[in-house]
Design a protein around this ligand. Structure first.
Ligand code: ATP
Ligand code: MG
Length: 477
């Protein structure tokens, strides 16, 4: 079997990974003692060569699932069935999660052209059906022999994504690999080879047969990667985005309201980059929600564009329309309701600050901003700040200062009023006692009245709140 030469420093890097994880050699011995082959494959090999921290351990073996279970049964701390029909068994050893998969070789039913999973006998066949050469390298265990049949090392050197077989064949076998190309562009900072880009362009429509969940998972990994803008540009340029996120390429036609050459598409990518630069404020960084919201904040613009006299363009209510489109697209991509609510809320609120002018908001307006943002307030701060892409440095600085001031006011109000837990001055039980009513929708009505009052006037004493409630009730009856 041909193997590429590792440079001494890369060999040393791999040996260090093996030495730090003594369970690897142990596991390899278990398999060879049972007359089987075992190798680390895919992501962990690539990441070890790159000197990048990996997240999971994937193995390929000549053993079938039953044999994998038998061989590792008493060694592993836990074992589960990841997908027996695909040959994958999951294991836990200490703090490590491992996935061991039987060698595969694809067989094609010439009539349906649908790949079915067939177990194979050699690592060569298994590696040849992997997505990219950089993901098709292996380290045999326990020998630590490095296997690189498709020039993965050279590709890592050149920071390129190429497929082991022709890209046309590879992408017919599984069109998701086109999404994975864009994902690795973002995650690894690699470039897709020209033949890969042209196959993606020709075959983008094939993505249709891939489940929304698989597409979404790759989009998420792309978005939280180091260079999502590069990955997104590839999706748009190849026409893949038109398949799975058509609202994004739709922004290309949109000139912004100031008639700059920069269109809404370029603006959105810049906002995404600027949001990422501000993201360190969030504990959850890299943060999928802020990245989705920044990318999608203006997708209501194409639908709301109006040309008015004097050559001006308006996009009235693109925030509300955009939030609706976000919900629709994210539902189609099978995102959770929770995530959809978060992103839609940010898109809906992204313009609110522009009513702040140079600080004219009343305390009441500031409280409402905080209340409406709710648990998305920190992200809204980031999105609003990032949504300033003017080249006019003076103007940018003015906006930034104004937002600093708004955040300052929020902090002052928050300290004085426990803004985070903004509640009416009287609770439901007090409302019922004061009004002499039992539980029912009127209590909710009174509660909302008091909450409104609380936002307009700040905290009230119990006596003032009681009086206000009574006159509200009298006027209502
Ligand atoms: P990470 O785990 O960092 O997201 P990874 O490269 O490990 O990256 P996985 O999705 O975990 O990616 O897949 C593990 C390996 O399985 C890949 O490295 C690749 O060799 C192979 N692989 C995964 N999905 C496909 C696919 N759709 N087509 C071909 N090979 C695939
Ligand atoms: Mg992986």
């Amino acid at each position: 079997m041909p193997t590429s030469e590792l440079t001494p420093d890369r060999r040393a890097r791999i040996d260090a990974v093996l030495a730090d994880n003594s369970f690897l050699a142990e596991l390899g011995l278990l398999f060879t003692d049972a007359g089987h082959e075992l190798a680390i494959v895919g992501g962990p090999v690539r990441d070890a060569v790159l000197g990048r921290p990996g997240n999971d351990w994937d193995f390929a073996t000549s053993a079938k699932p039953d044999e994998i279970e038998r061989i590792t049964g008493s060694w592993a701390d836990a074992m589960w069935d990841v997908g027996r029909e695909f040959g994958t068994i999951g294991l836990r050893k200490g703090s490590h999660d491992l996935e061991i998969t039987t060698y595969r070789s694809d067989a094609y039913d010439a009539s349906s052209r649908k790949p079915e999973v067939n177990f194979g006998d050699t690592i060569d066949g298994d590696l040849s059906r992997r997505d990219f050469a950089v993901n098709a390298m292996a380290i045999r265990l326990p020998s630590a022999e490095f296997v690189d049949l498709f020039g993965g090392l050279a590709d890592i050197e050149a920071r390129t994504l190429r497929t082991p077989v022709t890209p046309e064949q590879s992408f017919s076998d599984d069109p998701l690999r086109m999404m994975r190309a864009a994902r690795f562009v973002s995650q690894l900072g690699f470039t897709a080879a020209p033949e890969v880009v042209s196959a993606m362009t020709d075959m983008a429509e094939r993505l249709e047969i891939v489940s929304a969940e698989r597409v979404r998972d790759e989009l998420n990994k792309l978005l939280i990667g180091d260079d999502p803008v590069a990955g997104l540009r590839l999706l748009v340029e190849t026409g893949l985005a038109a398949q799975m996120l058509p609202e994004l390429p739709a922004l290309i036609l949109e000139r912004d309201e100031h008639h700059r050459h920069k269109d809404v598409y370029e603006h959105s990518l810049t906002v995404l980059e600027q949001a990422i630069a501000l993201e360190a404020r969030l504990e959850s960084a890299p943060d999928l929600v802020i990245r989705l919201a920044s990318l999608l904040h203006d997708i209501g613009k194409p639908k709301t564009r109006r040309f008015v006299e004097g050559g001006t363009v308006t996009f009235h209510h693109h925030d509300v329309v955009g939030a609706k489109l976000v919900r629709k697209r994210m539902r189609a991509l099978r995102y959770s309701n929770d995530l959809i609510d978060q992103v839609a809320k940010l898109v809906e609120l992204h313009l609110r600050f522009h009513g702040y002018g140079s600080g004219e908001w009343t305390d009441s307006a500031v409280r409402r901003y905080v209340r409406d943002a709710g648990d998305q307030l920190q992200r809204l701060h980031i999105l609003t700040r990032a949504d300033c892409t003017t080249r006019n440095a003076k103007k940018a600085l003015r906006l930034q200062r104004t937002y600093d001031e708004l955040e300052q006011r929020i902090a002052v109000l928050a300290e004085a009023e426990e803004l985070d837990a903004m509640r009416p001055d009287l609770d439901g039980a007090q409302i019922m006692t004061i009004l002499g009513i039992g539980p029912g929708p009127e209590v909710g009505e009174a509660y909302r009245f008091l909450l409104d009052l609380r936002m307009d006037r700040g905290p009230l004493s119990e006596a003032d709140a009681t009086e206000a409630l009574k006159s509200f009730w009298a006027a209502r009856s």
